[in-house]
Design a protein. Structure first.
Length: 350
């Protein structure tokens, strides 16, 4: 059946991969990419699909109920896939209120428009909310996050995402809104803004600049290639059971230091540099306040119920990602100019 999908945050990292995937794979689905184009949104990321007939970009803020309502009317929206968010933990520590505004108020505004516009006509409707494993808190050396692990968010970012997840479930339980939620681990891949660990390190290794590792570098993340994530989203969207939550992980736990070393070695090899050259750029810097120690996803539910598993090992994914950043220096140059440069200097040079 044809679906008319409003994808919020489709100019951001994961959203742009999702838009590309849906627009190309489902030419019968009208896809509306709705994005405010904050510092993290870059419409250049979708230049390869922007003239396809089933794709339209609309610039706007998810808190603008009037504009969102008009899009529901104009395009007969029957699904929302909601990515738009402030997404960087370090920025949430500096400006928590921005995270409440976008992640909490923005999500509630979308939910309310969907509820109002869809009314009692809920056949074939879906509000799919994209969330994070960070809502579950921080693990010790053992254990995994499962779908019913109690929420224990510890940064302003994860607190705002947890709050938005609660509102999505509340709209389901109170008003019967059809919803899906997926909570995923750390994504990486092409088109990621270089404030996040992997693209920041690749960019600095290429430029032979210091590699700022927080604390002792032994924090652990579970790395998920963004294209694997988008395939999981496709499966959850089409086959997920209404009202359910699915955890999506990469089965790729690494300490930050191991990961940065792997990036150094791969880039050195690609650029024909001497072995061990870039590892000498690693610089241990002041730890992030409240830095979560370990995240790790148990992705058995999505595997058993929907048959999805990640395809990439982190080594394969990093090779592809590094190759992309080396081939797309123009994209990187455009996005690292201006406002981001000011942020970088404040975060790492003051
Ligand atoms: P991103 O920061 O790259 O992109 C966010 C996008 O949202 C940008 O295009 C931005 O312009 C847009 N946006 C921000 N505020 C907006 C507003 N008020 N109205 C409309 N658009 C707005 O984020 P990402 O890394 O692609 O993450 C996408 C989603 O996935 C987020 O909800 C995030 O919490 C979640 N997530 C991300 C990761 C990860 O590793 N990146 C992991 C788990 C979950
Ligand atoms: P990040 O990409 O910000 O994702 P998240 O905090 O949402 O997991 O960071 C991933 C890990 O890398 C996290 O443990 C913090 C660490 N980190 C650094 O050591 N140095 C950096 O410059 C950045 C941005 C992150």
């Amino acid at each position: 059946m044809t679906k008319s999908i409003l994808i919020t945050g489709g100019a951001g990292f994961i959203g742009s991969h999702c838009v590309r995937h849906f627009v190309k794979k489902y030419p019968d689905y009208p896809i509306i990419n709705f994005d405010a184009l904050t510092y993290a949104g870059n419409i250049e990321s979708l230049s390869d699909v922007d003239n396809l007939p089933n794709y339209e970009f609309v610039k706007g803020d998810i808190r603008d109920a009037e504009l969102v309502s008009s899009l529901f009317d104009k395009h007969n929206i029957d699904s929302v896939i909601h990515f738009a968010a402030e997404s960087h933990v370090d920025r949430s520590i500096t400006n928590p209120i921005d995270f409440v505004e976008t992640n909490v108020l923005g999500t509630c505004t979308l939910l309310n428009v969907a509820k109002t516009k869809w009314g009692d006509n809920l056949d074939n409707k879906m509000f799919y909310h994209i969330s994070t494993d960070e809502v579950y808190g921080s693990l010790g050396t053992t254990g995994y996050f499962v779908e019913d692990t109690p929420y224990d968010p510890r940064s302003p970012y994860s607190a705002s995402k947890a709050s938005s997840d609660h509102f999505v479930r509340a709209y389901h339980h109170t008003y019967g809104l059809p919803i899906l939620i997926s909570n995923c681990s750390n994504n990486y891949g092409p088109y990621q803004f270089p404030e996040k660990l992997i693209p920041l390190m690749i960019n600095n290794i290429i430029k032979e600049e210091p590699l700022p590792v927080y604390g002792d570098g032994l924090n652990i993340r579970d790395w998920l290639m963004v294209t694997d994530h988008v395939e999981a989203i496709d499966v959850v969207y089409h086959q997920g059971k209404q009202g359910e939550t699915y955890n999506i992980g990469g089965n790729n736990e690494r300490t930050n230091l191991d990961l940065v070393h792997a990036l150094c070695d791969l880039v050195d090899k690609k650029l024909g540099r001497e072995e061990g050259h870039s590892r000498s750029l690693v610089t241990f810097v002041k730890d992030r306040p409240g830095h979560d120690r370990r995240y790790a996803i148990d992705a058995e539910k999505i595997k058993n119920d929907l048959g999805w598993e990640p395809r990439y090992t982190v080594e394969q994914g990093l090779e592809e990602t590094i190759a992309w950043y080396l081939e797309n220096t123009e994209w990187l140059a455009h996005i690292t100019s201006g406002e981001y440069q000011k942020y970088y200097d404040k975060q790492y040079k003051s």
